[in-house]
Design a binder for this molecule. Structure first.
Ligand code: URA
Length: 451
């Protein structure tokens, strides 16, 4: 089929058949369709949308573009978590070892920075030696050995998402419910999961700015999981301000190490415990009958059960078991485990620049998108597809919403190596902080659960 006709049809708002989508995706992966035609297709899909059948067909094609793990022989339940993209979102890096320390297998395929949001892969790759590009066999072996592995899309697993994700990052085609659904679910369904928990972000720093669109995305993701027999729960969470105190790859890994040592910021802890409690709930519902695991697709958790799971999760932080699992993850994937005792081994930027509060008062807002864009401009993300990411740069947040400041206090610190975009980044960080005379009403972090 002629790719130009397929792009034109979508450009004109017509519905594509599964055969047309198949022809386009296989042409792209096979090298017959170049990046510029794929980018045009993505923009047409972004602008005109894909209906439910097109979304389902695209997800299935992207899933079938690579291999799927079969973890049926494992005794333990296989559960994962994925976020729709946040600023300072380091949840996966701490939650995966915590849940794995509780005998749940976590085969996590993540992505790189996308738009102004950070990517788990870029964060992990800031750890000296850490390999995210394991082969299919090495990924499987790591799961058998450590019960946990964290990798990226490869030529073997979810290759269509690997290529399309990189294009969407730099063509302003991220904020699309069908494209996000196909991207996330094609990776996650390749993992051979029993259950999946999704952190669907909404607010200033999210791709879904309002609750209605976040809810529609959550429904689309949960419904896709259900169709493939994977118990999927979506937690809609606020992404108005960055999560935790750091934004940028190695800075966030440092914060994760502190978290696993028991030094956690409240917002990060709340997110981790909420998402983790749903993961553990699904794991407990997983029954193993004659070597075949399954989960009831309708079962709902009680408050008491979720509370019990939160206590279990806190337990593995306090006992040091989650940190031990993190060290095991580093050892299995080539990362230097010495960073845990000595975080100074992580990359450090050559320069810092404090941003001072212009007046005394309370922080009434901290715009996550502005902070995310500033970190990207400093080099924590990409402006072009093949741009290298600087693992050391980013922003530390000395103040967050509700906290008080005196005029001249440093509210944030920029960590940078390259001065090219420094003044723009500095201006964005200044603008990101709103300061008023009184502290604002506290806002809920957890907005809604879609089961
Ligand atoms: N995360 C993904 O994996 N894909 C998206 O499109 C957005 C967030």
């Amino acid at each position: 089929m002629n790719p130009v006709e397929i792009i034109r049809k979508k450009r004109d708002g017509l519905v594509l058949t599964a055969e047309e989508l198949d022809s386009f995706i296989s042409g792209f992966l096979g090298g017959d369709i170049p990046d510029y035609q794929a980018a045009a297709f993505l923009m047409a899909a972004y602008l005109k949308g894909l209906d439910d059948n097109e979304t389902a067909a695209l997800t299935d094609l992207m899933l079938r573009s690579g291999k799927r793990l079969d973890l049926a022989e494992m005794e333990s339940p296989v559960i994962d978590k994925h976020s729709t993209g946040g600023v300072g979102d380091k949840v996966s890096i701490v939650l995966a070892p915590m849940v794995a320390a509780l005998e749940v297998v976590v085969p996590m395929i993540s992505g790189r920075a996308l738009g102004h949001t950070g990517g788990t892969l870029d964060k992990l790759e800031s750890i000296p030696g850490f390999r995210t590009n394991l082969s299919f066999i090495d990924f499987r072996n790591a799961l058998w050995e450590a019960g946990l592995a964290m990798i990226g899309q490869t030529d073997d697993i979810a290759p269509a998402d690997r290529r399309l994700y990189a294009l969407r990052d730099v063509t302003a085609t991220v904020e699309s419910i069908p494209l996000i659904t196909a991207s996330i679910m094609s990776k996650k369904l390749a993992e051979g999961l029993d259950g999946l928990v999704l952190d669907v972000k909404t607010g200033k720093g999210a791709f879904m700015k309002d609750r209605e669109s976040a809810e529609a995305l959550a429904m689309s993701l949960v419904e896709t999981g259900r169709r493939y027999g994977v118990r999927t729960i979506a937690v809609i969470t606020s992404m108005d301000e960055p999560i935790g105190r750091t934004v940028g790859n190695s800075l966030e890994v440092r914060e994760c190490i502190n978290f696993l040592k028991g030094r956690a910021d409240d917002d990060l802890l709340e997110l981790v415990l909420t998402l983790g409690s749903y993961m553990l709930f699904i794991a407990e519902e997983c029954v193993n009958l004659e070597g075949k695991r399954s989960v009831d697709m309708e079962v709902e958790p009680s408050e008491a059960r979720l509370e019990e799971k939160r206590i279990n999760l806190e337990g593995v932080i306090n006992s040091g078991k989650a940190l031990e699992k993190f060290v095991e993850l580093l050892e299995t994937q080539g990362g230097n485990p010495e960073i845990v005792a000595n975080p100074g081994l992580l990359p450090v930027a050559g320069n810092i620049l404090p941003i001072e509060a212009p007046r005394k008062g309370y922080i009434t807002g901290l715009d996550a998108e502005k902070i995310g864009v500033a970190a990207m401009l400093l080099g924590a993300g990409r402006l072009k597809k093949d741009d290298p990411v600087d693992p050391a740069v980013g922003i530390t947040l000395n103040r967050k919403t509700g906290e008080d400041v005196d005029a001249g206090d440093p509210v944030a610190v920029l960590h940078y190596n390259d001065e090219r975009n420094l003044s723009e980044a500095k201006e964005l960080v200044r603008e990101a902080f709103s300061i008023g005379d009184a502290p604002p009403e506290p806002k809920e972090m957890i907005i809604k659960i879609i089961t």
